[in-house]
Structure formats: structure tokens, C-alpha cells
Design a protein around this ligand. Structure first.
Ligand code: SAM
Ligand code: FES
Length: 349
């Protein structure tokens, strides 16, 4: 049998464990949670200091052709109030974000064919032209290698594409048959090959997820070596097939943040809005567990309340300027500092 305390120390030194060892830690996290957060925090501080990077999130469309069972903006949700931002509006968000100190913009949306490669490329080029010292991250789902190549050539630096689950069968429980785990994984490999700083990730506590799956997630991440990892609790949305399912827990999400930091010491790791939604102190606790990125919303306030992936999403009413002031104060209170910086991965930029 394993000694739980020794295992977490071993992870800090060796940055990888076996599947059984990860599983043991996950099952016995109650006794080791605080130690894991402490070690993860010290590893993060050793690499990134007390700096917390911010990314300005521009949720530019809530149209989506997909029908993921968990997601509030799925095509099949006819109660969703749909919107699209014009290229000028997206660029306007980046301009106001720049003034607020943001040096990374994340353009996120459903898979919306309205935004052709040409339109998206033009938006990326314009933002990079106006703000050459900024990074542009895209998070617009699965595309062909050729489309990713065009977007990369337009100047996009990074791409977030959560794989959602490492388990192919589990993927089939979360998505309809026309969506493919193999394609999503191939997209991640394509993005890496094209030189994007790439973000993978998964929801914690999605219906059907097991502790064994979580151990496999850690092994998968170690092998893929993404520059960014996005994890957050699954939270039900009332107008989806998973509307009555139980939400994932903050406690397990925080523990996994620590394990991810210890497994991929350099990784850029956000404390997500979903974590802040299930626990009012979730983002602060996320930082104290090893996260080093926050992604406040830069979308215009009149559309904020429409990008609802899950119920009770926080920060849907505030102006971006208010959000950033609030976050600066929260981060300072726990001994960290939001910085004006592109915040590239250590090996890039
Ligand atoms: N369409 C793009 C894509 O597929 O990557 C980006 C947008 S998608 C809404 C961004 C992420 O939101 C997904 O990868 C998923 O992990 C997360 N998400 C969706 N529904 C959620 C829910 N009910 N609870 C928590 N996270 C959710
Ligand atoms: Fe497409 Fe969620 S189903 S973004």
C-alpha cells in the first residue's frame, strides 16, 4: 500500500506518478489536500513568482452547430438568446481591454460557421496590428488542419481546445454520435504541430466521469505536454439534457489543479469562472492551489448574460473595468499581483 504523504512529495520531485499512484492520491485526497496545495503553490511561485496573468475573454458568438449534452449554448437549446459580435465590436473589446492592461485576448465562441476563416483571420490580423505587443488566443472548437494553418498565419498565438475527457467511451456519453473523440484529439495534435501554444482540458465531475478517468487525465496531460490546461467543475444548465445532473465539486477541482501543477510545473493554469461560480472564493482558492491565470470577461455587458454555458454564471453584469478592479483586490488580498504581461509559457513567446 502507498504512503499518501510520501507520494505527493515524490510527485513534486519526479513530476510523474503511475496510474495507480495518481488514483491513490485522488481517492485519499482528504488527508493530503492541503499539503498538495502548498507544494503546488511553491512550485508555481518558484517559476512564475507572485504574478498572476490575466486574459481578456471575448465571447463573440453563442451560436453553435454542436449539441454537447452539457452545454447551455448547444444548437438544440432553443431557449438560448443568440447573438454575434461584429468584427468591429470584437476589435473594440480588444481596444478597451488594452487600456485596462490586458496583453492577451481570448476569442471564444460556439462553432459558428458564420465566422469564416477569412473573417476570423481578418479580426486576428487587425487586433495584432493594433496591439503588436499582445497575444491572441482562439477558442472556437474543431477545425480542419488547413483552417488552423490560416489562423496561425494570420497571427494567432495560442488555441484552447479542451479534449473534455481522455476516455473515448465517456466522450460518447457527453456528446452525440456525430462528434468524435478521435477528431478532437487529432485537432490538439494539429494545433501543436502548427506551433500554437495549445491548451487542453476537461470538466471535473462531468456525468459518468470516474476517479480512474481522472488518473488517466493526468497521464494524458503529462504525455501531451500542453502549454495550458483548462479545468473547471461541470455545472448543469437547466435547458440541456444534463440539466438535472449533479455539479462537480470545488474541492476535487482544487486538488486536481495542484496535481496538474506538480505534474506540469511550467503550465499556464487558469482558476476558471466555473470554479468561481460553484464557490464564491473559488478563484482565490484556485490560485492558492497552484493556478496562475485568470480570465475575466471583456464582452460587452449587453451580451454577457447570453453566453451561458451553465446556470448561475458569475460576473455577467459588471463592466470589464469593474471586474478587473475587483479581481486585483481579491488577488492582492491573498498575496499575489495581477500583472500587465502577455504571460507566455516559459518555453515560448
Ligand atoms: N466551442 C469551443 C470549443 O468547443 O472548444 C469553445 C467554447 S466551449 C463552450 C468552452 C468550454 O466550456 C468547453 O470546452 C467545456 O469544457 C466548457 N463547458 C461547456 N458547458 C459546461 C458546463 N455545463 N459546465 C462547465 N463547463 C462547461
Ligand atoms: Fe458548442 Fe457548447 S455545444 S460551444
Amino acid at each position: 500500500m502507498y504512503n499518501t504523504a510520501e507520494l505527493i512529495d515524490k510527485l513534486k520531485t519526479e513530476t510523474i506518478l503511475s496510474r495507480d499512484e495518481y488514483l491513490h492520491l485522488i481517492k485519499n485526497r482528504g488527508v493530503i489536500r492541503e499539503r498538495a496545495a502548498e507544494l503546488a503553490g511553491s512550485v508555481r511561485d518558484g517559476i512564475y513568482g507572485k504574478s498572476i496573468y490575466i486574459r481578456g475573454l471575448i465571447e463573440f458568438t453563442n451560436y453553435c452547430r454542436n449539441n454537447c449534452y452539457y452545454c447551455g449554448i448547444r444548437a438544440g437549446n432553443d431557449k438560448a438568446d443568440r447573438y454575434r459580435l461584429t468584427p468591429e465590436e470584437i476589435i473594440g473589446c480588444s481596444d478597451s481591454g488594452y487600456e485596462l492592461g490586458f496583453r492577451t485576448f481570448v476569442l471564444q465562441g460556439g462553432e459558428d460557421p458564420y465566422y469564416s476563416d477569412d473573417i476570423l483571420s481578418r479580426v486576428v490580423r487587425d487586433i495584432k496590428g493594433r496591439h503588436p505587443d499582445c497575444a491572441v488566443t482562439l477558442s472556437v472548437g474543431e477545425k480542419s488542419y488547413e483552417s488552423y494553418r490560416k489562423l496561425r498565419n494570420a497571427g494567432a498565438d495560442r488555441y484552447l481546445l479542451r479534449h473534455e475527457t481522455v476516455n473515448r467511451e465517456h466522450y460518447g456519453m457527453l456528446h452525440p454520435d456525430n462528434m468524435s473523440w478521435d477528431n478532437r484529439m487529432q485537432c490538439l495534435r494539429n494545433l501543436k504541430e502548427l506551433g500554437f501554444q495549445t491548451g487542453a482540458g476537461f470538466m471535473v465531475g462531468s456525468p459518468g466521469q470516474t476517479e480512474e478517468d481522472l488518473a488517466d487525465e493526468l497521464l494524458f496531460l503529462k504525455e501531451l505536454k500542453p502549454e495550458m490546461v483548462g479545468i473547471g467543475p461541470f455545472i448543469p444548465h437547466q435547458d440541456t439534457p444534463f440539466g438535472k445532473e449533479t455539479a462537480g465539486s470545488a474541492e476535487l477541482t482544487l486538488f486536481l489543479l495542484s496535481l496538474i501543477r506538480l505534474t506540469l510545473p511550467d503550465v499556464l493554469l487558469p482558476a476558471t469562472t466555473a470554479l468561481g461560480t460553484i464557490d464564491p472564493m473559488g478563484r482565490e482558492k484556485g490560485i492558492l492551489s497552484g493556478a496562475n491565470v485568470l480570465m475575466p470577461n471583456l464582452s460587452p455587458v449587453n451580451v454577457r448574460g447570453k453566453y451561458l454555458l451553465y446556470d448561475n454564471k458569475i460576473c455577467t453584469g459588471e463592466e470589464a473595468a469593474q471586474c478587473i478592479e475587483c479581481l486585483k483586490g481579491r488577488v492582492r488580498k491573498i498575496g499575489y499581483e495581477i500583472v500587465t504581461d502577455r504571460g507566455d509559457h516559459k518555453d515560448c513567446g
